[in-house]
Write a protein that binds this ligand. Structure first.
Ligand SMILES: [Zn+2]
Length: 300
């Protein structure tokens, strides 16, 4: 068993580095993808000035250009504690990620699914520092059986509405190699995909999930990070997301149900669809496994 795990990890790591080395690097104007990499409710992380900003983004192999035009997945995290976001008329089938400890989360998820949204579970995971990620959090000190048990308990209320899950906070958990291996085993056992919220640039979660045979996707950046969130700042980030999707084929961004974010989405999305040719897609369409990723990289 141990040998198999090590073997799987080796293959995953090899595929990842192969992908990085075989895919031509796209020259990106720094201004178009500069990352304001502060995850709300999480320890801020910044891009070192000597590191290229693309380090924070998913490998290019995750973003093959489809003939139908650029695809953009927009996720709203931290859903479930306030009802206001669900009652807003969100203009497209964006992905709603519900905190697993929110009351009545099963009912809310069913309503969201019935309205045409993709539903994710927003699973609390341990951050660096002293912030409390919330009840039922996955922590680096938990053995594999406990991670699997907590994840099963967290996902159970969602029932068949669930497409996948992503991490709430989790900068410490997702950067810990033993922890992400435990997570990867649980993801594969559940048969759902994992979206790495990328609250740490050291996160290894998506790579580990794929190495163990699961499907994963990666957040490119947060729409409403930083200390001051305004409609203008969110609109600016939505434009960045559109440029990234147009340049690379697809992009995934995460926002939160702040009034400014909701207002910006309501005004920006219909125009982007009509005039920029963007297709808004569920995250699941962009979540890939290792074999798919390798096929996309190696095919001519
Ligand atoms: Zn969150």
């Amino acid at each position: 068993m141990l040998g198999w795990i090590v073997g799987a990890l080796g293959v995953g790591a090899l595929a990842f580095f192969l992908a990085r080395s075989l895919v031509p690097k796209v020259q990106v104007p720094a201004s178009s993808v500069a990352i304001h990499a502060t995850a709300p409710s999480e320890i801020p992380f910044t891009v070192p000035p000597d590191k290229p900003t693309l380090l924070l983004q998913a490998p290019e192999s995750e973003h093959p250009k489809p003939p139908e035009g650029p695809r953009l997945a927009i996720v709203m995290d931290d859903m479930g504690l306030k009802s206001t976001a669900l009652t807003r008329a969100l203009p497209l089938p964006i992905t709603l990620s519900f905190l697993t400890y929110a009351p009545h989360v099963g009912t809310q998820a069913a309503q969201a699914r019935a309205a045409g949204h993709e539903v994710l579970a927003h699973v609390p995971m341990e951050p660096f520092g002293t912030m409390d990620p919330g009840p039922g959090a996955l922590r680096v000190t938990q053995p594999s059986a406990e991670v699997t048990r907590r994840l099963a308990e967290a996902l159970a209320p969602f029932g068949p509405q669930l497409a996948g899950f992503n991490n709430h906070m989790g900068s410490r958990f997702t950067a810990d190699s033993d922890s992400v291996h435990r997570l990867a085993l649980a993801v594969r056992a559940r048969g759902v995909f994992f979206l790495d919220s990328r609250t740490s640039r050291a996160s290894q979660a998506a790579e580990a999930v794929r190495a163990f045979g699961g499907r994963a996707a990666t957040n490119d950046f947060f729409l409403d990070g930083g200390s001051e969130v305004t409609v203008q700042s969110v609109l600016h980030n939505l434009d960045r997301a559109a440029r990234l999707a147009q340049m690379r084929g697809s992009a995934i961004v995460i926002g939160h149900p702040f009034p400014a974010t909701l207002t910006a989405l309501e005004s920006w999305c219909p125009d982007a669809k009509a005039h920029r040719g963007l297709r808004f897609v569920p995250v699941e369409e962009l979540a890939i496994g290792d074999s798919e990723g390798q096929k996309q990289v190696l095919s001519p």
